[in-house]
Every structure is written in C-alpha cells, then in structure tokens.
Design a protein around this ligand. Structure first.
Ligand code: HEM
Length: 485
C-alpha cells in the first residue's frame, strides 16, 4: 500500500476510497496544524485496520479541543445536533467517540473491563503516580478497588458522620459575626477538613498542621493544564507549574513518610485511612509499599474534596433560588434530630443531593480507551480510540427528564433513573469509589447547615458552570447572608 509520513502523522492510500488517509492517532497540536486534513482523509487505527465506519464529528483537533475545554456542554450539544449521536472528537489526548444515548452508555459500562485501558495515562501517571487507582487497569485495578472500597462505605463511612456535622457548624459559626459567607470557600474548607480528618486525622496534633498545609499546597499546585497534556510537564528553573507541583508533592511525601514508617512498624496506629492502608494486605498477603500508599493518599486528597465542595455549593445556590424546594426541605429537617443517622435517611434531602448532581455533574463525561474494537450502533470503534459516556448529555435528555433545565428534587421521589441516564459518579468498573461517601457527606453537611443557620443569596445574577480543573465549577463563589435560625 502506498505510504507517506511526516514527523507527526503517517498517511496511507485507502484501498476503498483511493484517498490518502491519516494513520497516526497520537499526533499533537503541532501535527494537526501542519496537517492539511482534507475531509477525504480518514483515520486508520494503530494496527492499520480501515475504520471508515467511524461516526462523523468536528474537523481538526486543536480548536475543537480548546472549545470543548472551555464550554463542554455547549460544544457537546452542538456537535450532537450537527453530527448525530455518537460523534467523533479528535481531542489532543487522542480520538474519542462520545455518546449521551442510554443504550450506548449501557453498552460501554456493561462491557468487559479488560476491553479498556486508562485514557491519557501518559498525562495522569506523572501527576498521580503509578500507585494511584486512577493509573491502574485490569487485574491490578480490580484488586485495588476491592481493598479500598470498604474504607468509604458502610459503618466505616457512617462513623465519620458526627465529625462532619461538627466541622460544618464550627466553620459556619466563624462567619456569623460578618453576617456573610462565600459558599464555595466555606464548602472547600469543610470538605477539605473532612477528607484530611479521615485520611490522616489520627496524626499527632503537632504533625497534623504541617500535613494540612502541605496537602493544601499540593492540591493548589495541580493546575488544569497538568491534567490535560503531558506537554505541560516541563521543568524550567523551578518556575513552571510542573516544578511547583513536584516541589509541593515532595514536601507532602516527606511529611507522610515518617508517619507511614511508624504505622507500618505497628506503632502510632490510629483510626484513619492512612492506618488502614498501612495495615492492609492483598489476598496474597502482600502489604502496600510506601510509594503506593503515598500515591493513593494523593488520589483521595485530589479526588475527594473539590468535587464534593463544588456540588455542595451548587446545592446551596439552587435551594436558595427555589423557595418552595427550600421550605419543603426545612420542614423535613425540622423533624430530624441531630443524629447523623436521621439526616442520612431524610428522603427529600437525599433527592436535593441527587438533583444537584444531575443538573450540575462535576465531571461532564468519563472516558475509556479501547484495547480491542467495540461495536457501537452501526460503527466499529477501533482499538486505540476512546469511547465516552457523556454525563452532561445524559442528564439533560428531555426524553428521560421532564423539564431537564429545571431544579426539581421531587423527580427523584417520583421515579428512579437507570445508571445509564443518571451517572454523576461515572459507571461500570471505574465508577467513583467515593460515591457513597460523597453523597453521605453532602447530606450531613447541607442538612446540618440548613438546620442551624438561615441564608439568603446576595447576588441575583445567574451562576453558570465554568471549567475549573477536570471539573466544572460555579462561575461565582455564591455569596450568602448567614444568621442563626
Ligand atoms: C460529589 C463528589 C464526587 C463526584 C461528583 C465524583 C465523580 C467521579 C467520577 C465521575 C469519577 C470517574 C468515574 C468513571 O470513570 O466512571 C470518579 C472516580 C473516582 N473518584 Fe470520585 N467523585 C466524587 C467524590 C469522591 C470522593 C469523596 C472520593 C474519595 C475520597 C473519590 C474518589 C475517586 C476515585 C479514587 C476515583 C477513581 C476510580 C477508578 O478509577 O476506579 N471521589 N469520581
């Protein structure tokens, strides 16, 4: 077959279409820009297989990727209207076939986990480390989930309830004298406190302060760009975002190492996740290495606090724009005592949490890279491509949700939704390990704050989702008045 290649891409003459086709799928922005990419050119997979049966999608790579990063929902809806569902995006990290259809999402989440690799692993690995659940696939991923899941479920999770409520009251009370609170920073402080307490709360008081500061520095140093392209992992005189991240991570790891050594030696054992990790063994009796424990701690810190803080901020925003929903919730809360178990079983509170996560999914889509071809509708998606169930399309499907743009918690009391059209925590073999913990935490904190304090929105302008990291955040910090109820 006639071939031609340049530094960034390789082309072959397509036997069926008698046209030059682009073969390499791992080209970056520079490659795309130099590339004429005429419409006739169609991609080949890594193994040279012809996949003319790919869905259509926007042309080029750099500009669609940038538009997608900036306004994911708008672009995803526009591409679906232009090209149908599923559609293909040549993202900078690799080609992705996206869908918001329930039947196709079911297909993807229901497929054999061994069909998938982690997407953009070269970008994730240097940030989170090879011992992070985010970086694992196959048997290693299954084994790790089995070990970690119990730490965020059942009695263990419920044992954190009282601390969560106390911390929320303590931090909100500190705002009373000002009579005003910025919701996002308050929720970030609460959820950061919750996750730190649960992970390393058993540390000596003199160590804890240093650990909290060091953890905060790492979280602040994870800039969005570091998670979107490996090309941002560059070092220059200690001044780049990558340099700052590496420095902060090393500082945290140094502080954690002493504690790990003590706890692995069986001294200074406490009731926190760090101790559980230090004592944990896999089915074959092997303990976790120190490097591995550090990577998982970083994963929990990163995955477990911003997501919850953003969701709680959205909940406060919507509840204070919808007086009917708020007064129904307050009536329910007034009948609950202070016991976390009662908050956990409050039905309308639960529905408010569910509706918040529907209307503002913090992660707009999840992505899986294919190791083998996958049949999706009439298309054969080749190995090397990724497939993506799009949460934000599924959650706004008007065939499933009546008035999808409206905040209506009662919809979750009237009907239950399948995990293929309601998926704020992703799905299948990679579904969020902290999902139960996060919804429990949201109920504890929102319930406690609304029971004890009364709030009013200080701004009337509409708050919209904007890109923060891999997550979507409210465009304002949602300032509220605060007083005792
Ligand atoms: C409202 C809060 C949260 C939201 C919206 C959220 C959302 C998500 C989503 C969408 C995924 C990807 C799932 C997929 O690929 O199918 C994920 C994965 C993950 N989340 Fe969460 N999350 C939240 C809270 C938490 C908490 C509290 C923790 C734990 C401390 C956590 C730990 C993780 C981990 C470790 C993964 C990787 C799972 C894997 O790859 O197997 N998350 N989360």
């Amino acid at each position: 077959m006639p071939q031609w290649s340049c530094r960034h891409a390789e082309y072959r003459l397509c036997p069926n279409y008698l046209a030059w086709v682009q073969c390499s799928v791992s080209i970056g922005a520079a490659g795309i820009l130099r590339n004429p990419l005429p419409q006739l050119l169609r991609p080949f997979s890594d193994n040279g297989e012809n996949h003319t049966m790919l869905p259509p999608g926007p042309k080029g790579s750099l500009f669609p990727t940038l538009k997608f990063i900036r306004s994911p929902r708008k672009m995803l809806e526009q591409w679906r209207a232009d090209f149908g569902d599923p559609f293909l995006l040549h993202a900078l990290n690799g080609p992705i076939v996206l869908t918001g259809r329930e039947d196709l999402i079911r297909e993807i989440f229901g497929s054999d986990p061994d069909l998938f690799d982690q997407f953009a692993i070269q970008t994730i690995l240097p940030v989170m480390g090879s011992g992070s659940l985010f970086a694992m696939v196959g048997g290693q991923h299954r084994r790790e989930r089995k070990l970690l899941m119990p730490m965020f479920h059942g009695d263990r999770m419920r044992s954190y309830g009282k601390n969560m409520c106390e911390l929320a009251v303590q931090l909100a009370e500190a705002k009373l004298s000002a009579g005003r609170v910025e919701t996002l920073p308050l929720m970030t402080d609460i959820s950061f406190g919750v996750i730190v307490q649960n992970i390393i709360g058993g540390a000596e008081p003199r160590e804890l302060d240093g650990l909290v500061q060091a953890s905060r520095k790492v979280i602040e140093a994870i800039r969005p760009i570091l998670l979107f392209t490996r090309r941002s992992h560059i070092s220059f005189l200690g001044l780049t975002p990558w340099d700052r991240f590496v420095r902060a991570k090393e500082e945290l790891f140094q502080k954690i190492d002493n504690i790990i050594d003590r706890r692995q030696a069986g001294t200074g054992i406490h009731d926190d996740i760090l101790s559980l990790l230090c004592q944990a063994t896999y089915e074959d009796g092997q303990p976790m290495t120190r490097e591995h424990i550090r990577d998982e701690l970083l994963t929990f810190l990163f995955a477990g606090h911003e997501t919850t803080a953003l969701s709680m901020t959205w909940a406060m925003y919507h509840l204070h724009r919808h007086p009917v929903a708020l007064s129904r919730l307050l009536m329910e809360l007034d009948q609950c005592g202070d016991d976390p178990a009662q908050l956990a079983s409050a039905e309308y509170l639960k529905a408010c949490v569910q509706e918040t996560l529907r209307i503002h999914p913090i992660v707009t889509e999840v992505v899986r890279k294919l190791k083998q071809p996958l049949q999706l509708d009439k298309f054969t998606i080749p190995a090397g491509y990724a497939v993506s169930p799009v949460t934000v399309l599924a959650h706004y499907n008007s065939e499933v949700y009546v008035e999808p743009e409206a905040f209506k918690p009662e919809r979750f009391l009237e009907k239950s939704y399948s995990p293929f059209c309601y998926m704020p925590f992703g799905g299948g073999h990679r579904r969020c390990v902290g999902a139960a913990f996060a919804t429990y935490e949201m109920a504890m904190i929102l319930g406690t704050l609304l029971k004890r304090f009364s709030f009013q929105l200080l701004e009337t302008t509409e708050v919209v989702p904007v890109r923060k990291n891999v997550t979507m955040a409210p465009s304002s910090s949602v300032p509220l008045t605060i007083k005792r109820r």
